[in-house]
Ligand binder design. Structure first.
Ligand SMILES: [Zn+2]
Length: 366
């Protein structure tokens, strides 16, 4: 379909005419293009940088149909690029579905026995295997590897790191030799110095960050994906951990201070990106909630949208709105930086030059 759009293009914040032909953006007029809008805001395709296509809501592995349904829900909210942060199933078949968002895979979670959600990850009996397994998952993924940095240790009754500092350094070096970046699930304080000093590229959740570890992240340029909509489940996790009162109190404290933690990290210059942690305990399609949550945690509404769009795309090596780039963008009727309500209702989404939701071929209605 050949299309023409006119609206305020972000992040430039200027009214511009765009054309789309063969799935690609053109700054030059395209003949016989249908005008889809002559007012509105046009935003580079949103990014959910922590999104598990393949983990069923409520737990377990999703089947192919279920994974497709999850990806469709993400697309319709405007999330057109997903970094999967670990999936138990091989979602590579989704690459053949041009109507579905692009997934940047991180292979499978790497953990230790009894130290993560059962049956999701690869569990290593001996931590010395970590560098080899990281290298293997680096070759399997799309430039990212996901390790579990800490989890409850039931014998200690609290969060504890899974790995020694020395093996983390070896493992992250191994991933970098494969050309992959590494990220880690981390809730508590203790695992952070070892991960950051080992040169990890990103931290997921990061609720245990303190002034010292925030400064270390800023020095190393480590990114943070706070997943605030997931952190809001911490009080429920604490309520169900009656056998582990120290852990429960710890989780409540991490939750209580998380918005200050994110604000402090942002103020220190740590790059922050949106991730919902959809799959398992969070439903898919929550990107607007996460943008809104970041806007309540020290980022302006403009910065929160940037963290979910052009800045995240740049971080993941994908173009924004430019001449010759794939036509992946979201159109809003009102400024998506203006209010929560504006974010909730994209007028329509364009993915690879096709419009969603699709219009009825008879009535022309969406
Ligand atoms: Zn996750």
């Amino acid at each position: 379909m050949r299309m023409h759009l006119r609206g305020v293009v972000l992040p430039d914040d200027e009214v511009r005419d765009l054309w789309v032909r063969d799935g690609v953006i053109s700054y030059e007029p395209v003949l016989d293009a249908e005008t889809l809008c002559d007012t509105g805001w046009i935003v580079p395709g949103l990014v959910d940088a922590h999104c598990h296509v393949g983990i069923r809501y409520g737990g377990g592995h999703e089947d192919r149909e279920g994974a497709i349904a999850q990806a469709e829900v993400e697309r319709d909210t405007g999330a057109l690029l997903l970094r999967d942060a670990g999936s138990p199933i091989d979602t590579r078949f989704i690459d053949d579905h041009h109507e579905l968002p692009k997934i940047i895979r991180a292979g499978r979670h790497i953990a230790r026995p009894k130290r993560y959600i059962r049956e999701l990850g690869i569990e290593l009996d001996d931590e010395r295997d970590l560098p080899d397994i990281v290298a293997e998952q680096a070759r399997f993924g799309d430039g990212w590897v996901k390790i579990v940095g800490d989890w409850i240790d039931r014998s200690a009754g609290d969060l504890r790191p899974l790995w020694s500092d020395a093996i983390l350094k070896e493992a992250i070096d191994a991933a970098h030799r494969e050309g992959a970046r590494v990220t880690a699930h981390v809730f508590g304080e203790d695992a952070l110095p070892g991960l950051i000093n080992a040169g990890i590229d990103c931290l997921e959740h990061g609720t245990g960050l303190t002034a010292d570890t925030i400064e270390m992240m800023a020095e190393h340029g480590t990114a943070l994906v706070p997943t605030l909509v997931n952190i809001d489940t911490f009080p429920d996790i604490a309520d169900s951990a009656t056998k582990f009162p120290v852990y429960a109190a710890h989780m409540r404290d991490l939750h209580r201070r998380v918005r200050h933690t994110v604000a402090d990290a942002h103020a220190a210059g740590v790059p922050i990106y949106t991730g919902t942690d959809a799959g398992g305990s969070i439903r898919h399609g929550r990107i607007a909630d996460e943008i809104d949550a970041l806007a309540g945690a020290g980022l302006s509404r403009h910065e929160a949208l940037a963290a979910a769009s052009w800045r995240a795309r740049e971080w993941l090596g994908r173009p924004g709105i430019e001449d010759g780039a794939p036509a992946d963008f979201v159109v809003y009727r009102t400024d998506p930086r203006g209010s929560r309500a504006a974010l909730d209702a994209p007028a329509f989404v364009v993915l690879r030059g096709r419009v969603y939701p699709r219009r009825d071929p008879v009535t022309g209605h969406r």
